[in-house]
Design a protein around this ligand. Structure first.
Ligand code: NAD
Length: 339
């Protein structure tokens, strides 16, 4: 598909959005309009390589601001929306859920309404090409026992205020497709890792604390299982879904990299010892000696695992990173980029 698109991306200064924008600007001819509120989670430096590009436009603003969102549609006339803006950290959602309700639910509602009104006034040949791609998470399905996988048919059963707000936004997207015929796509992705992730998330938290010799906290026994995907593989999957996905369909994205949190943290410690052989911890007890088990997160999901066979067989997406190469690259990136 060689059509040049004008893509409105929300939350483009976040971890995944910025990787998506760097990829689109450097490897495609599409234009990007990035609408981001610049919350604590945003990192504008992650976009320094694209900020002067003529195909990149940045608007600082809140997706809950309906006047602003409508004016962005009028001014830029996007062909597609990729909606990533969200409050994304589970622990923060437990400490204070209000922002999650506003941004994830009301913000998504606002974007859907703005898209619907915008599409309704387009000539039919242009309206036909419009897509609203909602970027969701496997966390909307709650958790799994030791066996089985999530797929596009899994029942919604969110556990945290974060995942409940994401589930709510998925339902709104499905309703806007069914009731108003808005051309929507949904993707459910597993846990992402890679460069530029906020240091509050498990992998960067572990790396940045370990290199400073600080304790590495692990919730409970650390036996919770997460299914990890490199952010670059997610970005390529998102563009595959956007350009080749069937309207009204959903796609689960993952690469079969299940790890217990404890094993993951231990692997990071091993990478650090190899990459920093002169560090006093590498020479003595090892970075593993920094691990401390702390009180478990309330409502903590036990296991996530994705079956991405629909995306792989229908749209021919395959991940490029193994967990070993991706984690090694990520640890090296944080060593080079953390203060
Ligand atoms: P992030 O927290 O790193 O970034 C979120 C971005 O959204 C930030 O730049 C922030 O400023 C912006 N934002 C927040 N509220 C906003 C508002 N009201 N208006 C405009 N912008 C606002 O998040 P991320 O990890 O990049 O995740 C992006 C999306 O992908 C989210 O929707 C998340 O639910 C989903 N997702 C994330 C993961 C993951 O592992 N990180 C996995 C699956 C799905």
């Amino acid at each position: 598909n060689t059509q040049t698109l004008k893509i409105l991306i929300t939350g483009g200064c976040g971890f995944i959005g910025s990787a998506l924008i760097r990829h689109i600007i450097s490897l495609t001819s599409h234009q990007v309009i990035n609408l981001d509120k610049l919350t604590y989670a945003a990192n504008p430096l992650s976009l320094s390589s694209v900020q002067d590009n003529k195909r990149y436009h940045f608007i600082q603003g809140d997706i809950c601001d309906d006047k602003l969102v409508n004016s962005v549609f009028e001014q830029y006339q996007p062909n597609v929306v990729m909606h990533l803006a969200a409050e994304s950290h589970v622990d923060r959602s437990i400490a204070g859920p209000a922002d999650f309700i506003h941004t994830n639910i009301v913000g998504t509602f606002n974007l859907l309404e703005a898209s619907r009104h915008f599409v309704n006034q387009l000539p039919s040949h242009q309206a036909k090409g419009f897509r609203f791609h909602h970027v969701s998470t496997d966390e909307v399905f709650g958790d799994l026992p030791q066996t089985g996988f999530f797929n596009e048919q899994s029942a919604y059963s969110p556990s945290s205020p974060y995942s409940a707000s994401k589930a709510s936004s998925d339902h709104l997207v499905k309703a806007w497709h069914r009731t108003y015929g808005l051309p929507t796509l949904i993707s459910y992705c597993s846990n992402n890792y890679g460069p530029f992730q906020h240091p509050e998330k498990l992998i960067p938290l572990t790396i940045t604390r370990a290199i400073k010799g600080q304790h590495i906290p692990i919730y409970g026994d650390g036996q919770q299982i997460r299914d990890w995907l490199h952010v670059q593989d997610h970005v390529e999957a998102l563009l595959t879904v956007l350009t080749q996905g069937q309207i009204g369909e959903a796609y689960a994205i993952g690469a079969n990299n299940e790890q217990t949190n404890l094993h993951l943290v231990q692997s990071i410690c091993k990478h650090l010892s190899i990459l920093m052989p002169e560090h006093h911890l590498a020479r003595n007890n090892g970075f593993e000696s920094l691990i401390r088990h702390v009180k478990d997160r309330p409502g903590h999901d036990q296991r996530y695992a994705i079956d991405a066979s629909k995306l792989m067989s229908e749209l021919n997406w395959t991940p490029k990173y193994t967990f070993e190469t991706g984690l090694n690259q990520t640890v090296q990136w944080y060593l080079a980029n953390s203060k």
